[in-house]
Write a protein that binds this ligand. Structure first.
Ligand code: AMP
Length: 449
């Protein structure tokens, strides 16, 4: 089987045994001819075993099915339950994918007493009814047929440990969003939820992640995202400094056509500071950040939804979960610190039926960060030049093949800054193992949002 895979070779030679899987699963893996875990298996299995909710971008062919099946089975084997009820549920968009997943699950579980059922449309309903009555530990299902069984209360998900949504982007594109939510609501709340999707820059996928995953979910972007989201055009504009960025921002908001716009900053201080100058220009602007209490946030969201305010300045944390129709312009006032944050920001625009424009404002010290994000996404952003707000910085004179500026490192890293970085690294080392505060997001833990 291994020869079918056009796999990315994992960076280090981790074996399946290194992933802390139990003997019976290791034997099954060997029997199937898997020699080494693929990248998605290496990266996802440890976190899944730690019971983390996850949003993972991985395509068919990456080995993603085993990446969730193995830790799922391991969990069932290590926490046996005498109670009646299904322990894990896998939702697939199509019958064919459900069948393949079911087959792989049966192979992995062959030497265990774990029973699996396949519930898909187009098959005999009665047979499926009796299959689920036999207290199966794992159900692999397509959403439509499963909802029929739920409506008849034929399945029991009160003991469910794990809900897995495979190819979530396809499920949404096929119109299963309501069915998936209905099923998720039927599952017990303390479950672990995993969301796999070919692309992460998909409005619906991010929305679903916000709705179904817990606050501390981990995002793993593994496949090349070069296809990106066709509905979002991505541009950047260079700027001299913060004041120049403010000028560009005001120009864009006054001259671009949009229904609603979102502006992202890296800190709440910056978010606050942008509000008044924009209001002074007659723009209907509001701010949303983590320091505001929930009532104020809700009020602001309400104003934004109703269009009383049509521009929101926000930090990353506050934008998670933001689901408003008609956002067709996203301006990144500052380059986000990670590619994952960038994906979450631009994913707020370009819903299935709408086009979105994402513009990133970049000054010289941020150039390399932007280059890193483009490399991460396997995407090139288009440069926009607006005469009316032109500045003196035109971008780096020379670029490395990585897209980074030639010679920028030495210029931008004077001794003092380097010493500060070493200090921070030492402090971080000291903090390893300390628990994160409950409401800190893993992607944004160093930001003051
Ligand atoms: P998937 O991306 O899950 O659809 O997997 C694609 C194919 O890769 C399937 O035929 C799997 O059986 C196979 N496969 C998954 N993991 C491995 C691995 N670690 N080594 C070799 N083949 C694998």
């Amino acid at each position: 089987m291994s020869e079918q895979l056009p796999l990315v070779t994992p960076p280090q030679a981790t074996t399946f045994a290194d992933l802390a899987l139990c003997e019976v699963l290791l034997n099954a893996v060997t029997k199937m001819g898997f020699e080494r875990p693929t990248e998605v298996q290496q990266q996802a299995i440890p976190s899944i075993l730690e019971r983390k909710d996850m949003l993972v971008s991985a395509e068919t062919g990456s080995g993603k099915t085993a990446a969730f099946l193995l830790p799922m089975l391991q969990n069932i084997l290590s926490h046996t339950s005498t109670l009646f009820g299904t322990r894990a549920l896998i939702l697939s968009p199509t019958r064919e994918l459900a069948q393949q997943t079911y087959a792989q699950c049966c192979e992995f579980a062959a030497a265990t007493n774990i029973k699996t059922a396949l519930i898909t449309g187009g098959e005999d309903f009665k047979r499926q009814q009796s299959a689920v009555r036999r207290n199966v530990a794992v159900i692999v299902a397509t959403p439509g047929r499963l909802v029929e069984l739920i409506n008849q209360q034929l399945v029991d998900f009160t003991q469910l440990d794990m809900l897995i949504l495979d190819e979530a982007d396809r499920m949404l594109d096929m119109g299963f969003s309501e069915a998936v939510l209905r099923i998720a609501n039927y599952c017990q709340e303390q479950r672990q939820t995993l969301l796999f999707s070919a692309t992460l820059t998909h409005y619906g996928v991010l929305k679903m992640a916000d709705q179904l995953l817990n606050n501390h979910y981990k995002t793993l972007a593994l496949n090349s995202l070069h296809q990106g989201h066709q509905n979002i055009s991505q541009e950047f504009m260079v700027a001299d400094d913060v004041e120049h960025k403010q000028k560009i921002l005001a120009w864009l908001l006054l001259n671009e056509s949009y229904d609603k716009a979102l502006i992202f900053t890296n800190t709440r201080l910056r978010a606050n500071s942008l509000q008044d100058p924009l209001r002074a220009q007659g723009l209907r602007v509001g701010v949303l950040h983590g320091e505001m209490d929930q009532r104020d946030r809700n009020r602001m969201m309400q104003l934004f939804r109703e269009g009383v305010v049509n521009i929101i300045i926000s930090t990353d944390l506050a934008a998670r979960g933001l689901d408003v129709k008609g956002i067709n312009l996203v301006i990144n006032f500052e380059v986000p610190r990670t590619g994952i944050n960038y994906i979450h920001r631009i994913g707020r625009t370009g819903r299935a039926d709408e086009l979105g424009l994402a513009i990133l404002l970049v000054r010289s010290s941020e150039w390399n960060l932007m280059a890193g994000i483009q490399r991460f996404l396997h995407q090139k952003f288009t440069q926009r030049i607006v005469k009316e707000v032109g500045g003196s910085y035109k971008g780096p004179k020379k670029l490395k093949t990585s897209g980074k500026a030639v010679g920028s490192k030495t210029k931008e890293e004077p001794k003092k800054l380097k010493a500060k970085k070493v200090k921070v690294r030492l402090r971080d080392k000291k903090n390893i193992g300390k628990r994160r505060q409950p409401n800190q997001s893993p992607d944004t833990e160093r930001n003051v949002e």
